[in-house]
Design a protein around this ligand. Sequence first.
Ligand SMILES: NC(=O)c1ccc[n+]([C@@H]2O[C@H](COP(=O)([O-])OP(=O)(O)OC[C@H]3O[C@@H](n4cnc5c(N)ncnc54)[C@H](OP(=O)(O)O)[C@@H]3O)[C@@H](O)[C@H]2O)c1
Length: 197
Amino acid sequence: MKVLVVGASGLIGAGVADALSANHEVIRASRSSDVTVDITSPESIAAMYAKVGKIDAVVSCAGKVTFKALEEISYQEFSKSLQDKTLGQVELVRQGLDYVNDKGSFTLISGVVGREAIHTGSAAALANGALEQFTYAASIEMPRGIRINTVSPTVLTEAKGYHPYFPGFAQVSLAEVTDAFVKCVDGWSTGIVHKLG
Ligand SMILES: NC(=O)c1ccc[n+]([C@@H]2O[C@H](COP(=O)([O-])OP(=O)(O)OC[C@H]3O[C@@H](n4cnc5c(N)ncnc54)[C@H](OP(=O)(O)O)[C@@H]3O)[C@@H](O)[C@H]2O)c1
């Protein structure tokens, strides 16, 4: 299969792109990759798809949110978080429908903060929760046998900088996260939020 990985230069995206490369042709995209895209810009997403052409699967490991205490976070920061992590990935799906082949798939990323509260996590919870609900709803409207899933990992063992914000939380290895993405691309599930940890 021809698989487009967005966020392929990041911790999770690079791992996922490497794992998928074992069996598939992988195209790596991000703001700094060979194929450039800024998921906060619908025009940039359109240019990426026009350049890449038809594909069998789209994997997203991108999406940024603001972590700030509720009493300090602004309307603009909530809005920016939704625009980036939620609408950025939704737009990858919306536009991607014109490019993904029959029986292809989309796999998105959310995160544990969608289901367990952490201090400063309200924008992340909002963005992740909305994306997960989109996954369920979009799955029943996907045309041509196309599947959609979201992977929702807890904090990664390798993401040491985040550990102080997740006291006592289960951790998941990069290998387990990449396995979940491979399962979504190579498997049969649709409308599932794969929760890890
Ligand atoms: N790390 C964890 O423990 C963990 C746990 C659960 C969920 N998550 C979620 O998983 C996702 C990836 O996390 P990560 O730790 O792998 O992050 P990361 O190492 O910072 O990687 C982010 C990737 O996304 C790309 N990117 C960022 N903004 C972009 C944009 N506007 N358009 C296109 N590409 C963009 C980055 O490349 P460029 O800068 O070149 O664009 C990079 O390839 C995030 O949404 C994060 O919330 C992470």
